[in-house]
Structure formats: structure tokens, C-alpha cells
Design a protein around this ligand. Structure first.
Ligand code: DQA
Length: 145
């Protein structure tokens, strides 16, 4: 299996950005923790982060041709209003699991709605960097069905 962990805007600042909400682990540390889960399972993992909506969309489009079987996506704030990312996920056959570090349903009202959720196979939120690990396991479980 070959999985992509795709991170959207402001997640490059993980560790320093509002640590009371998003934790003190950096994006790099999250990636290392994912590698530890993936390695014994023989899963190849790629990582990509962009602050640009277009780059995220291009990456979703290109995934299949790069041999990627599924995507774990934290679209950041785009989650709540990017119909373009929703359409991109609908446009491809690559399964996507939506993840969030923070418990989005316990936060401001605008975070309670995910416009990308209808195109994703499932959603995990509120477990900090463990949301990615859980998202990866859920994705692998789905792919193996
Ligand atoms: C987030 C939640 C979003 O509402 C926010 O805009 C983010 C991060 C999370 O991982 O908790 O940038 O996706």
C-alpha cells in the first residue's frame, strides 16, 4: 500500500501554532509517528503540505498516477468552505479520510461543518496527532476490504 498524508494551510506551523489547541508536536514529529506505524505494516507513506488550495487540488488529482492508494487529508480551514476541494475528491477514485487534530465540533460554529465530508470515506477529529495515525489505520482497513 502507498498512502499520502496531505496537509493544508497553516499546518506547517504545527507545534508553534496555538499549541493549546493543536498541541506541541511539529509536523515533522507527526510524520515520524506515522512512519513508525506504517513501517511494520509495510506501508509506504508520502507527505505533502501546502498553504495553497490549488496545490492541494493538484495533489489530489495526481495521486492515482503516482501510485497512491489512498489519502489522509487535513484540509485545515479549507475543510469548512472549499467546494473546489470537495469537487476534487469527488473527481477522483482515490479514497480520502478526513482528519483534524482538534475537536472541530466543540469549537466555533463555523468549524462544525465540513464541506468536504460528503466526499470522504470517513472523518476523525479531536485526537491531536493521533488523528493521523487513526486515519491511516481506518484508510488501510477500508482499502483491504
Ligand atoms: C484543523 C481544524 C480547522 O478548523 C482549522 O482551520 C485548522 C486545523 C485541525 O486539524 O484541527 O487549520 O483542521
Amino acid at each position: 500500500m502507498h498512502i499520502l498524508i496531505l496537509n493544508g494551510p497553516n499546518l506547517n506551523l504545527l507545534g508553534q501554532r496555538e499549541p493549546q489547541i493543536y498541541g506541541t508536536n511539529t509536523l515533522n514529529q507527526m510524520e515520524e509517528s506515522i512512519k513508525k506505524v506504517a513501517q511494520p505494516l509495510n506501508v509506504q507513506v508520502d507527505f505533502f503540505q501546502s498553504n495553497s488550495e490549488g496545490a492541494i487540488i493538484d495533489t489530489i488529482h495526481a495521486a492515482k498516477d503516482k501510485g497512491i492508494d489512498g489519502i489522509v487529508l487535513n484540509a485545515g480551514a479549507y475543510t469548512h468552505y472549499s467546494y473546489a476541494i470537495l469537487d476534487a475528491i469527488h473527481a477522483v477514485t482515490t479514497p480520502v479520510v478526513e482528519v483534524h487534530l482538534s475537536p472541530i465540533y466543540q469549537r466555533e460554529a463555523f468549524r462544525h461543518h465540513s464541506v468536504i465530508a460528503p466526499a470522504c470515506i470517513g472523518q476523525i477529529s479531536g485526537f491531536g496527532i493521533d488523528s493521523y495515525r487513526l486515519g491511516l489505520l481506518a484508510l488501510l482497513n477500508d482499502l483491504e476490504k
